[in-house]
Design a binder for this molecule. Structure first.
Ligand code: SIN
Length: 297
């Protein structure tokens, strides 16, 4: 059969995979699913449903190529290209490299992506639907990623915070905490004028309705949200500090301890996440695709 027929005509047979929810406020692992094969419509619908139900899926043991990661990610929507072009995988700009590896004195990826709680690309007019992060090399110690449900956070807001966020909008900016700072001996690259033009600050509602499930969630984060519109600066700072503390309460969190060849797919419309870091002498290298979502409502 020709390559065209294999990708366009052959009905791929269903895979006997299992979705096993974690004993946690969110997340499930997917076992015995091979993402190097295109999924047929039935399997894709099961994966899609599980992602909406659990907010995060861990696909175990994925020995897939960059092209296969991109192809699977594209089933969910168009992919977003990160503003730090120097950290895009050569030949595959849809893949953003998160890595603490330095070669010839140059970092090959962003080492400190995710050291503050955030939702990916909340600083864009069209923030991300979800991200897929594939482990390439893992440290022996640390390197975990934490995920917190912002739907649970919204549902448990104390009355005064619920009143403070309802109907309000906040500003998100990529540069809010971006500094030319040194992280494990490596300096973050200075943003060029073209990069700065790509990441103009945007406004979003502080509570968003999930476009596919209709569930409400908090939509602010300590990495990118700078201030609340329409209230005095000191009041905005105080409310945001309380919201950031509430949004990362332990009872909303799933902690992901990476296993070799894990690919984690999380919903940026419903969760925030944080990379906990690892000893700087241990290598951690990941490939991320970022799927574009809709404007928050
Ligand atoms: C990210 O924020 O996308 C990176 C998370 C991680 O490195 O664990």
């Amino acid at each position: 059969m020709s390559a065209y027929a294999q990708t366009h005509l052959a009905p791929y047979s269903s895979q006997a995979f299992e979705v096993r929810p974690f004993d946690a406020p969110l997340g499930a692992e997917v076992l015995n699913l091979d993402l190097s094969q295109p999924l047929n419509d039935e399997d894709f619908a099961r994966v899609h449903r599980a992602h909406l139900d659990h907010g995060l899926l861990v696909f175990r043991d994925q020995r897939i190529t960059p092209q296969q990661q991109i192809a699977f990610s594209r089933r969910f929507g168009p992919l977003q290209i990160h503003v730090l072009k120097q950290f895009l995988l050569s030949g595959h700009p849809e893949i953003f490299i998160i890595s603490n590896i330095v070669e010839n004195g140059q970092p090959i990826g962003l080492a400190d992506a995710g050291k503050y709680w955030h939702s990916d690309l909340s600083y864009k007019e069209l923030p991300s639907l979800g991200s897929m992060l594939l482990a390439q090399e893992l440290p022996e110690e640390g390197g975990d990623t934490l995920f917190a449900s912002q739907q649970l956070a919204y549902e448990t807001l104390p009355a005064h915070l619920r009143q403070a966020v309802e109907g309000r909008r906040a500003v998100h900016s990529y540069t809010a905490r971006y500094r030319d700072e040194v992280f494990s001996g490596v300096r973050r690259p200075t943003l060029t004028a073209a990069q700065l033009a790509e990441v103009q600050a945007v406004e979003h509602p502080m509570v968003r309705i999930h476009p596919e499930t209709g569930r409400k969630g908090l939509f602010v984060n300590e990495n990118f949200t700078t201030h609340i519109l329409g209230i005095p600066e000191d009041e905005s700072r105080q409310i945001l500090a309380e919201l950031f503390a509430h949004s990362a309460r332990p009872e909303f969190i799933y902690r992901h301890q990476w296993q070799p060849h894990d690919m984690v797919f999380w919903d940026n419309r419903a969760l925030i996440h944080l990379a906990t870091g690892c000893p700087s002498h241990q290598r951690r290298h990941m490939h991320r695709t970022t799927i574009q979502g809709s404007a928050p409502l």
